[in-house]
Design a protein around this ligand. Structure first.
Ligand code: F6R
Length: 273
């Protein structure tokens, strides 16, 4: 895992947006996996700015969202489809038919989940999956105890998650108890994962994810099995990491390497002979 620590939530979010933007520039028809919740909001705002002010082109991008509450229609202000339309899709030039969010009102959930998996495959699999993390270490709605090989399916939310998400609904009683969610196995099939965590409430979950054992009790820890994971944190989320100094050092060595590379490139482009 590559761990990148930023001084504050804003600069961490901009780094995450730039990470995504670089892929969109390099591969205009890329497939992005997207998350909802508080964490990616500033990242989406920056992506919208990059589109509106710098012409970042999303017209060939396809997206798949991680999850959706069971029972909520797309018009419900707390549905994840509504969230995505409001916070990102309507701000950029992505064709609506290229955006995929599980349907919380599917008639046959099992078939819907299987079809979602097939759609991801048919699109060529996810190039970059953006992830947030729950206080209990969940990714998507893969709550503690979820199989690390799981695929898209229905999950019952943990009580901690119901309580955490009550802030969006006004009361715990209004939070749906179930969600359709990509599985841990689905997420691990992505070519690259970008985990973004902001604030000290995520510090224990991040320490367990990055430095703890791989365990279904902290489903984000399964990311240790993936070959290409980037973790972008602010200082709060990084505050329980034991090897913090090492990660910071790796990044500064990385920057030196990039400087040497671009200097070499310039030298090679100079006049010959
Ligand atoms: C949302 C999702 C969840 C959230 C997590 C953190 O699509 O998959 O795993 O990323 O619950 O939520 P926030 O960002 O609201 O703290």
């Amino acid at each position: 895992m590559r761990v990148i620590i930023h001084p504050d939530p804003q600069s961490a979010s901009i780094r995450a947006a730039n990470w995504i933007a670089e892929l969109v520039r390099r591969k205009p028809a890329c497939v992005l996996g997207l998350a909802t919740g508080s964490t990616p909001i500033a990242t989406y705002r920056e992506l919208a700015r990059l589109h509106q002010e710098e012409g970042l082109d999303f017209s060939r991008v396809t997206t798949f969202n991680l999850d959706e509450y069971v029972g909520l229609p797309p018009t419900h202000p707390q549905s994840y489809r509504y969230f995505m339309d409001e916070n990102l899709f309507r701000e950029i030039d992505i064709p609506p038919q290229n955006t995929n969010v599980p349907d919380g009102r599917a008639l046959d959930f099992e078939r819907h989940c299987e079809a979602y998996e097939r759609q991801i495959k048919a699109a060529g699999n996810i190039d970059l999956q953006l992830l947030g993390i729950g206080v209990d270490g969940h990714i998507a709605f893969n709550e503690p105890g979820s199989s690390l090989g799981s695929r898209t399916r229905i999950k019952t939310l943990a009580w901690q998650t119901v309580q955490d998400n009550a802030r969006f609904f006004g009361s715990e009683a209004d939070v749906p108890r179930m969600a359709i969610t990509m599985g841990v196995g689905t997420i691990l099939d992505s070519r690259q994962c970008l985990l973004l965590a902001l604030g000290s409430s995520k510090a224990d979950a991040i320490a367990a994810t990055v430095e703890g054992p791989v365990t279904a009790q902290v489903t984000a820890s399964a990311l240790q099995l993936h070959r290409d994971v980037v973790v972008i944190l602010d200082e709060g989320a990084a505050s329980q990491l034991k090897r913090r100094e090492y990660y910071v050092n790796v990044e500064s060595v990385q920057r030196e390497l990039e400087n040497v590379r671009s200097a070499n490139q310039k030298n090679n482009q100079g006049p010959v002979g």
